[in-house]
Write a new protein. Structure first.
Length: 353
Protein backbone atom coordinates (compact mmCIF):
# COMPACT_ATOMS: atom_id res chain seq x y z
CA UNK A 1 0.00 0.00 0.00
CA UNK A 2 1.48 3.34 -0.99
CA UNK A 3 0.50 6.75 0.35
CA UNK A 4 1.05 10.34 -0.63
CA UNK A 5 0.53 12.91 2.13
CA UNK A 6 0.36 16.66 2.31
CA UNK A 7 -1.29 17.10 -1.09
CA UNK A 8 -3.77 19.86 -1.77
CA UNK A 9 -5.62 21.26 -4.73
CA UNK A 10 -7.56 24.46 -5.38
CA UNK A 11 -11.32 24.69 -5.78
CA UNK A 12 -13.31 27.93 -5.87
CA UNK A 13 -10.38 29.80 -4.23
CA UNK A 14 -10.35 27.35 -1.30
CA UNK A 15 -7.61 24.88 -0.45
CA UNK A 16 -8.71 21.27 -0.25
CA UNK A 17 -6.65 19.24 2.21
CA UNK A 18 -6.27 15.63 1.08
CA UNK A 19 -3.95 12.67 0.84
CA UNK A 20 -3.92 9.66 -1.46
CA UNK A 21 -3.55 6.00 -0.61
CA UNK A 22 -3.18 3.00 -2.94
CA UNK A 23 -5.25 0.43 -1.05
CA UNK A 24 -5.04 -3.31 -1.94
CA UNK A 25 -8.48 -4.86 -2.37
CA UNK A 26 -7.84 -7.11 0.63
CA UNK A 27 -7.23 -4.08 2.84
CA UNK A 28 -10.37 -2.31 1.60
CA UNK A 29 -12.44 -5.36 2.52
CA UNK A 30 -10.85 -5.59 5.95
CA UNK A 31 -11.44 -1.91 6.66
CA UNK A 32 -15.08 -2.15 5.57
CA UNK A 33 -15.68 -5.18 7.81
CA UNK A 34 -13.86 -3.85 10.89
CA UNK A 35 -15.93 -3.29 14.03
CA UNK A 36 -16.52 -0.39 14.04
CA UNK A 37 -15.93 -0.02 10.29
CA UNK A 38 -12.97 2.06 9.18
CA UNK A 39 -14.41 2.30 5.66
CA UNK A 40 -18.10 3.22 5.58
CA UNK A 41 -20.23 2.11 2.63
CA UNK A 42 -23.43 3.67 3.90
CA UNK A 43 -26.53 2.86 1.81
CA UNK A 44 -28.45 5.63 3.61
CA UNK A 45 -26.64 8.30 1.64
CA UNK A 46 -25.12 6.38 -1.24
CA UNK A 47 -27.34 4.99 -3.95
CA UNK A 48 -28.27 1.38 -3.37
CA UNK A 49 -26.07 -1.17 -5.11
CA UNK A 50 -27.00 -1.11 -8.81
CA UNK A 51 -24.66 -3.53 -10.54
CA UNK A 52 -26.76 -6.62 -9.85
CA UNK A 53 -29.95 -5.16 -11.36
CA UNK A 54 -29.81 -7.25 -14.55
CA UNK A 55 -27.65 -10.13 -13.41
CA UNK A 56 -23.94 -9.99 -12.67
CA UNK A 57 -22.64 -9.03 -16.13
CA UNK A 58 -21.52 -5.51 -15.24
CA UNK A 59 -19.95 -6.59 -11.96
CA UNK A 60 -18.16 -9.45 -13.74
CA UNK A 61 -16.73 -7.14 -16.38
CA UNK A 62 -15.35 -4.92 -13.64
CA UNK A 63 -13.75 -7.91 -11.90
CA UNK A 64 -12.24 -9.03 -15.21
CA UNK A 65 -10.82 -5.52 -15.76
CA UNK A 66 -9.22 -5.74 -12.32
CA UNK A 67 -7.66 -9.09 -13.17
CA UNK A 68 -6.33 -7.58 -16.39
CA UNK A 69 -4.69 -4.81 -14.33
CA UNK A 70 -6.51 -2.10 -16.27
CA UNK A 71 -6.03 1.21 -14.38
CA UNK A 72 -9.12 1.93 -12.28
CA UNK A 73 -10.71 5.34 -11.60
CA UNK A 74 -9.86 6.78 -8.19
CA UNK A 75 -12.22 6.45 -5.26
CA UNK A 76 -12.92 9.41 -2.98
CA UNK A 77 -13.33 9.19 0.79
CA UNK A 78 -14.23 11.83 3.39
CA UNK A 79 -12.61 11.49 6.80
CA UNK A 80 -15.14 11.84 9.64
CA UNK A 81 -14.72 12.93 13.26
CA UNK A 82 -13.65 9.41 14.27
CA UNK A 83 -11.04 9.26 11.49
CA UNK A 84 -13.02 6.62 9.63
CA UNK A 85 -13.44 7.05 5.89
CA UNK A 86 -16.84 7.72 4.33
CA UNK A 87 -17.01 6.58 0.68
CA UNK A 88 -18.35 9.50 -1.36
CA UNK A 89 -17.37 8.18 -4.78
CA UNK A 90 -16.62 4.54 -5.63
CA UNK A 91 -19.22 2.74 -3.56
CA UNK A 92 -20.35 0.53 -6.48
CA UNK A 93 -16.78 -0.53 -7.29
CA UNK A 94 -15.78 -1.23 -3.71
CA UNK A 95 -19.04 -3.06 -2.96
CA UNK A 96 -18.49 -5.23 -6.05
CA UNK A 97 -14.97 -6.09 -4.90
CA UNK A 98 -16.16 -7.06 -1.42
CA UNK A 99 -19.15 -9.05 -2.67
CA UNK A 100 -16.97 -10.96 -5.11
CA UNK A 101 -14.44 -11.78 -2.40
CA UNK A 102 -17.36 -12.99 -0.26
CA UNK A 103 -18.43 -15.40 -3.04
CA UNK A 104 -21.74 -13.57 -3.50
CA UNK A 105 -21.70 -14.10 -7.28
CA UNK A 106 -20.07 -16.12 -10.03
CA UNK A 107 -18.40 -14.48 -13.02
CA UNK A 108 -20.32 -14.30 -16.29
CA UNK A 109 -19.64 -13.03 -19.78
CA UNK A 110 -15.86 -13.47 -19.49
CA UNK A 111 -13.86 -12.63 -22.65
CA UNK A 112 -10.25 -12.05 -21.57
CA UNK A 113 -10.44 -14.93 -19.07
CA UNK A 114 -12.97 -17.35 -20.59
CA UNK A 115 -11.69 -20.10 -18.30
CA UNK A 116 -13.14 -18.17 -15.32
CA UNK A 117 -16.71 -18.29 -16.63
CA UNK A 118 -19.03 -19.40 -13.83
CA UNK A 119 -16.33 -19.28 -11.15
CA UNK A 120 -16.52 -17.56 -7.79
CA UNK A 121 -13.63 -15.92 -5.97
CA UNK A 122 -12.86 -19.06 -3.95
CA UNK A 123 -12.43 -20.92 -7.26
CA UNK A 124 -9.86 -18.57 -8.83
CA UNK A 125 -6.83 -20.53 -7.68
CA UNK A 126 -3.56 -18.51 -7.93
CA UNK A 127 -5.48 -15.56 -9.41
CA UNK A 128 -7.20 -15.02 -6.05
CA UNK A 129 -3.98 -13.72 -4.48
CA UNK A 130 -3.38 -11.47 -7.49
CA UNK A 131 -6.87 -10.06 -7.12
CA UNK A 132 -6.46 -9.39 -3.37
CA UNK A 133 -3.20 -7.53 -3.98
CA UNK A 134 -4.63 -5.34 -6.77
CA UNK A 135 -4.65 -1.70 -5.65
CA UNK A 136 -6.96 1.20 -6.33
CA UNK A 137 -6.04 4.85 -5.79
CA UNK A 138 -8.11 6.38 -2.98
CA UNK A 139 -8.25 10.14 -2.41
CA UNK A 140 -8.99 10.96 1.23
CA UNK A 141 -10.48 14.39 2.01
CA UNK A 142 -9.21 15.20 5.48
CA UNK A 143 -11.51 16.01 8.38
CA UNK A 144 -9.97 19.48 8.67
CA UNK A 145 -11.69 20.59 5.44
CA UNK A 146 -14.68 22.91 5.94
CA UNK A 147 -17.93 20.92 5.59
CA UNK A 148 -19.14 23.29 2.87
CA UNK A 149 -16.06 22.49 0.81
CA UNK A 150 -16.54 18.75 1.25
CA UNK A 151 -20.18 19.17 0.19
CA UNK A 152 -19.03 20.98 -2.95
CA UNK A 153 -16.61 18.17 -3.85
CA UNK A 154 -19.28 15.58 -3.04
CA UNK A 155 -21.70 17.33 -5.41
CA UNK A 156 -19.13 17.69 -8.20
CA UNK A 157 -18.16 14.03 -8.02
CA UNK A 158 -21.78 13.06 -8.57
CA UNK A 159 -22.27 15.24 -11.66
CA UNK A 160 -22.79 13.09 -14.72
CA UNK A 161 -23.67 10.07 -12.61
CA UNK A 162 -26.81 9.32 -10.62
CA UNK A 163 -26.65 12.49 -8.60
CA UNK A 164 -27.18 12.68 -4.88
CA UNK A 165 -29.58 15.30 -3.61
CA UNK A 166 -28.38 18.14 -1.38
CA UNK A 167 -30.01 16.45 1.60
CA UNK A 168 -28.35 13.10 0.88
CA UNK A 169 -25.01 14.92 0.93
CA UNK A 170 -25.91 16.64 4.21
CA UNK A 171 -26.89 13.27 5.65
CA UNK A 172 -23.44 11.96 4.78
CA UNK A 173 -21.50 14.92 6.12
CA UNK A 174 -23.46 15.85 9.24
CA UNK A 175 -24.48 12.52 10.72
CA UNK A 176 -25.55 12.73 14.34
CA UNK A 177 -28.58 13.13 16.65
CA UNK A 178 -30.05 16.05 14.71
CA UNK A 179 -29.79 14.20 11.40
CA UNK A 180 -31.48 11.24 13.11
CA UNK A 181 -34.24 13.59 14.28
CA UNK A 182 -34.84 14.76 10.71
CA UNK A 183 -35.29 11.16 9.56
CA UNK A 184 -37.60 10.44 12.50
CA UNK A 185 -39.86 13.43 11.89
CA UNK A 186 -39.86 12.84 8.12
CA UNK A 187 -41.78 9.63 8.83
CA UNK A 188 -44.89 11.60 9.83
CA UNK A 189 -47.43 10.79 7.07
CA UNK A 190 -48.02 14.47 6.31
CA UNK A 191 -44.30 14.78 5.55
CA UNK A 192 -43.55 11.41 3.98
CA UNK A 193 -46.58 11.77 1.68
CA UNK A 194 -45.79 15.38 0.74
CA UNK A 195 -46.41 15.99 -2.99
CA UNK A 196 -46.86 12.28 -3.66
CA UNK A 197 -50.23 12.71 -5.30
CA UNK A 198 -53.09 10.25 -4.97
CA UNK A 199 -51.32 7.59 -7.02
CA UNK A 200 -48.03 7.96 -5.16
CA UNK A 201 -46.19 8.07 -8.47
CA UNK A 202 -44.26 11.20 -7.59
CA UNK A 203 -42.65 9.69 -4.51
CA UNK A 204 -38.85 9.82 -4.54
CA UNK A 205 -36.10 8.55 -2.31
CA UNK A 206 -33.70 11.47 -2.00
CA UNK A 207 -34.51 12.47 1.59
CA UNK A 208 -37.01 15.12 0.51
CA UNK A 209 -38.86 14.65 3.80
CA UNK A 210 -35.71 15.22 5.82
CA UNK A 211 -35.10 18.47 3.95
CA UNK A 212 -38.67 19.63 4.60
CA UNK A 213 -38.13 19.16 8.32
CA UNK A 214 -34.75 20.89 8.10
CA UNK A 215 -36.35 23.87 6.32
CA UNK A 216 -38.76 24.31 9.21
CA UNK A 217 -36.02 24.44 11.84
CA UNK A 218 -33.67 26.63 9.82
CA UNK A 219 -36.39 29.11 8.82
CA UNK A 220 -37.87 29.22 12.32
CA UNK A 221 -34.59 30.44 13.79
CA UNK A 222 -34.20 33.15 11.15
CA UNK A 223 -37.84 34.15 10.52
CA UNK A 224 -37.43 32.67 7.05
CA UNK A 225 -34.72 35.12 6.06
CA UNK A 226 -31.26 34.11 4.92
CA UNK A 227 -28.44 36.08 3.38
CA UNK A 228 -27.37 33.97 0.42
CA UNK A 229 -27.95 30.66 -1.37
CA UNK A 230 -30.68 28.51 0.23
CA UNK A 231 -28.70 25.28 -0.04
CA UNK A 232 -25.72 26.84 1.74
CA UNK A 233 -28.06 28.30 4.34
CA UNK A 234 -29.38 24.80 5.10
CA UNK A 235 -25.84 23.40 5.05
CA UNK A 236 -24.81 25.88 7.73
CA UNK A 237 -27.73 24.93 9.95
CA UNK A 238 -26.79 21.25 9.62
CA UNK A 239 -23.22 22.10 10.59
CA UNK A 240 -24.46 24.10 13.56
CA UNK A 241 -26.69 21.17 14.60
CA UNK A 242 -23.67 19.01 15.43
CA UNK A 243 -23.41 20.96 18.71
CA UNK A 244 -27.03 20.31 19.77
CA UNK A 245 -27.35 18.33 23.00
CA UNK A 246 -30.13 15.92 23.99
CA UNK A 247 -32.27 18.64 25.57
CA UNK A 248 -32.06 20.75 22.42
CA UNK A 249 -32.98 17.79 20.22
CA UNK A 250 -36.02 17.01 22.40
CA UNK A 251 -37.06 20.66 22.33
CA UNK A 252 -36.85 20.73 18.54
CA UNK A 253 -38.88 17.51 18.26
CA UNK A 254 -41.67 18.96 20.40
CA UNK A 255 -41.61 22.23 18.48
CA UNK A 256 -41.97 20.52 15.11
CA UNK A 257 -44.74 18.19 16.29
CA UNK A 258 -46.65 21.13 17.79
CA UNK A 259 -46.43 23.05 14.51
CA UNK A 260 -47.54 20.04 12.45
CA UNK A 261 -50.45 19.35 14.82
CA UNK A 262 -51.54 22.99 14.48
CA UNK A 263 -51.60 22.69 10.68
CA UNK A 264 -53.62 19.49 10.95
CA UNK A 265 -56.05 21.26 13.29
CA UNK A 266 -56.90 23.75 10.54
CA UNK A 267 -56.58 21.69 7.35
CA UNK A 268 -57.71 18.21 6.36
CA UNK A 269 -55.34 15.53 5.13
CA UNK A 270 -56.29 16.35 1.52
CA UNK A 271 -55.81 20.10 2.00
CA UNK A 272 -52.71 20.42 4.13
CA UNK A 273 -49.86 22.47 2.64
CA UNK A 274 -51.78 23.20 -0.56
CA UNK A 275 -53.56 26.10 -2.26
CA UNK A 276 -57.10 25.56 -0.99
CA UNK A 277 -58.45 28.45 -3.08
CA UNK A 278 -58.06 26.26 -6.16
CA UNK A 279 -60.20 23.30 -7.15
CA UNK A 280 -57.04 21.36 -7.93
CA UNK A 281 -55.17 21.22 -4.66
CA UNK A 282 -51.44 20.90 -5.17
CA UNK A 283 -49.04 20.88 -2.27
CA UNK A 284 -46.02 23.15 -2.33
CA UNK A 285 -43.13 24.16 -0.11
CA UNK A 286 -44.40 27.74 -0.22
CA UNK A 287 -47.54 26.76 1.71
CA UNK A 288 -45.60 24.39 3.96
CA UNK A 289 -43.15 27.10 4.99
CA UNK A 290 -45.88 29.65 5.69
CA UNK A 291 -48.14 27.39 7.73
CA UNK A 292 -45.52 25.47 9.68
CA UNK A 293 -43.71 28.68 10.53
CA UNK A 294 -46.77 30.45 11.92
CA UNK A 295 -49.53 28.19 13.25
CA UNK A 296 -47.46 26.35 15.85
CA UNK A 297 -47.05 29.54 17.88
CA UNK A 298 -50.82 29.94 18.35
CA UNK A 299 -52.63 28.44 21.34
CA UNK A 300 -54.62 25.31 20.44
CA UNK A 301 -57.86 26.73 21.84
CA UNK A 302 -57.50 29.82 19.67
CA UNK A 303 -56.84 27.63 16.63
CA UNK A 304 -60.05 25.71 17.26
CA UNK A 305 -62.08 28.83 17.96
CA UNK A 306 -60.75 30.72 14.94
CA UNK A 307 -60.42 27.77 12.54
CA UNK A 308 -62.95 29.20 10.10
CA UNK A 309 -61.39 32.66 10.10
CA UNK A 310 -57.89 31.24 9.59
CA UNK A 311 -59.05 29.14 6.66
CA UNK A 312 -60.76 32.14 5.06
CA UNK A 313 -57.59 34.20 5.51
CA UNK A 314 -55.53 31.50 3.84
CA UNK A 315 -57.98 31.16 0.93
CA UNK A 316 -57.86 34.95 0.48
CA UNK A 317 -54.07 34.85 0.53
CA UNK A 318 -53.80 32.07 -2.05
CA UNK A 319 -56.29 33.79 -4.36
CA UNK A 320 -54.54 37.15 -4.17
CA UNK A 321 -52.89 38.15 -7.48
CA UNK A 322 -50.06 39.83 -5.57
CA UNK A 323 -49.36 36.65 -3.60
CA UNK A 324 -49.59 34.48 -6.71
CA UNK A 325 -46.87 36.54 -8.30
CA UNK A 326 -44.70 35.63 -5.34
CA UNK A 327 -45.23 31.91 -5.98
CA UNK A 328 -44.26 31.98 -9.66
CA UNK A 329 -40.54 31.69 -10.35
CA UNK A 330 -37.76 32.45 -7.92
CA UNK A 331 -39.80 31.10 -5.01
CA UNK A 332 -36.68 30.44 -2.93
CA UNK A 333 -35.26 33.95 -3.15
CA UNK A 334 -34.94 35.57 0.25
CA UNK A 335 -36.79 38.74 -0.80
CA UNK A 336 -39.67 36.66 -2.14
CA UNK A 337 -39.85 34.62 1.04
CA UNK A 338 -39.88 37.79 3.17
CA UNK A 339 -42.75 39.24 1.11
CA UNK A 340 -44.81 36.04 1.37
CA UNK A 341 -44.27 35.93 5.13
CA UNK A 342 -45.41 39.52 5.45
CA UNK A 343 -48.58 38.91 3.41
CA UNK A 344 -49.55 35.85 5.44
CA UNK A 345 -48.66 37.15 8.88
CA UNK A 346 -50.79 40.24 8.33
CA UNK A 347 -53.76 38.11 7.29
CA UNK A 348 -53.26 35.65 10.14
CA UNK A 349 -53.09 38.37 12.79
CA UNK A 350 -56.35 39.84 11.51
CA UNK A 351 -57.99 36.39 11.58
CA UNK A 352 -57.18 35.59 15.22
CA UNK A 353 -57.59 39.03 16.81
Amino acid sequence: MSETTGASEKTQSATLSLHTVDYPFETLAQRAKANPPKLILDPDFQRQYKWDKDGWGRASKFIESCLMRIPLPSCYFAENDKRSHLVIDGVQRITTIIRFMDDDFALEGMTAFPELEGKKFSELGPLAADFESTTIRCVVLRNENPPALIAEIFSRLNKGAVELSDQEIRHALFAGPFDDLLSELANHPAISNFKMGKSGQTKKNSREGDELVLRYFAFKETDGIYSDNLAKFLDRFMEKSKSFDTDRINELRSDFERALAACQEIFSEEEIFSNISSGRKRQGVVYYDLLMGSLGDIDTEILREKRGEIRKAFVKLCASPAFRRLTAGGVQQRTTIASRNRFWNNGLRAAIK
